[in-house]
Design a binder for this molecule. Structure first.
Ligand code: LIP
Length: 273
């Protein structure tokens, strides 16, 4: 079946622009916050409203497409990736930042067809940054082409990572061990508080690498394509091939740097998406 990727992209962008207005309006107001898996894993009424706006709009335009959405999954829907065109959506990535009105947040949407990333959109409505990519067509920030830094040397790399939204002491131990394995051996580490913004920062060269364990498909779907289209490498934290449902990622400005970081990481076992 032929796919009109241009139509998928323009339809999605119109909805992203509407969603961005919803987030912007809510950003400096008091939020209604609920906890999900633990007290650090939050959801607001805006996450739910934006996910509904995006899924309803895309479903109306493309009734045979499938969806994996962060909040629908939290609400009990199954997270199943088939070969059908599937939109993977994080309505507000960086919900903790959003709750604190820290403007490092993003709408993150990836479209996969035959399990292959075809479209990636990361939109930060507060900083007015929209990162986009289409398969084979490069990566862009607000319409201007972007590239990874190209750094290959760990000692010169600025590395993003996150402590994540998990209160398991075993996970915290692994996070600290991995930080310990890199601090003093690289330029420094950063935590933007949003997986999508970390991925976008590697794609645009601000950070040279990003790694995390405990993510979900909706945190990485858009960013994977944007980093790859910007010339970067995306792999598993074990050093093997990237698997969107495996809940872990290392991405970097070069394959050498990605593999070097992966070789230093202790793994944390999690159930797959
Ligand atoms: C969160 C991220 C955060 C990461 C967490 C989580 P949410 O997404 O973006 O940076 O550390 O693992 O996935 O819950 O804000 O959409």
């Amino acid at each position: 079946m032929d796919h009109d990727v241009e139509k998928y992209y323009t339809t999605c962008m119109k909805l992203v622009n509407k969603a961005a207005e919803v987030i912007e309006t809510a950003f400096y107001k008091t939020k209604q916050v609920e906890s999900k898996s633990c007290d650090m894993d939050l959801v607001t009424e805006t996450d739910k409203e934006v996910e509904k706006l995006l899924i309803d709009g895309l479903h109306l335009a493309f009734p045979d497409h499938k969806f994996i959405g962060e909040e629908s999954t939290a609400g009990g829907e199954k997270c199943i990736l088939t070969d059908a065109p599937t939109w993977i959506i994080d309505p507000v990535d960086g919900t903790m930042n959003f709750v604190h009105s820290l403007p490092l947040i993003a709408i993150s949407i990836g479209l996969l067809i035959n399990k292959k990333p075809i479209i990636g959109i990361i939109c930060n409505p507060i900083l007015k940054q929209t990162y986009t990519a289409k398969d084979g067509q490069g990566a862009f920030l607000n319409g201007t082409k972007i590239k990874v830094s190209g750094e290959t040397v760990l000692a010169k790399a600025l590395i993003a990572t996150e402590s994540g939204t998990n209160d398991d002491p075993a996970k915290i131990e692994v996070v600290l061990k991995n930080l310990g394995a890199l601090l003093g051996k690289c330029h420094g580490t950063r935590s933007l508080g949003s997986a999508a913004m970390n991925l976008a920062s590697v794609a645009s060269g601000g950070c040279d690498a990003y790694y995390e364990m405990g993510l979900h498909a909706w945190d990485m779907a858009a960013g994977q394509l944007i980093v790859e289209e910007a010339g970067g490498t995306v792999i598993d934290t074990t050093g093997g091939e990237f698997d969107l449902m495996s809940r872990r990622v290392v991405c970097a400005s070069s394959e050498k740097l990605a593999k070097d970081i992966a070789s230093r990481l202790t793994q944390y076992e999690m159930e797959r998406d």
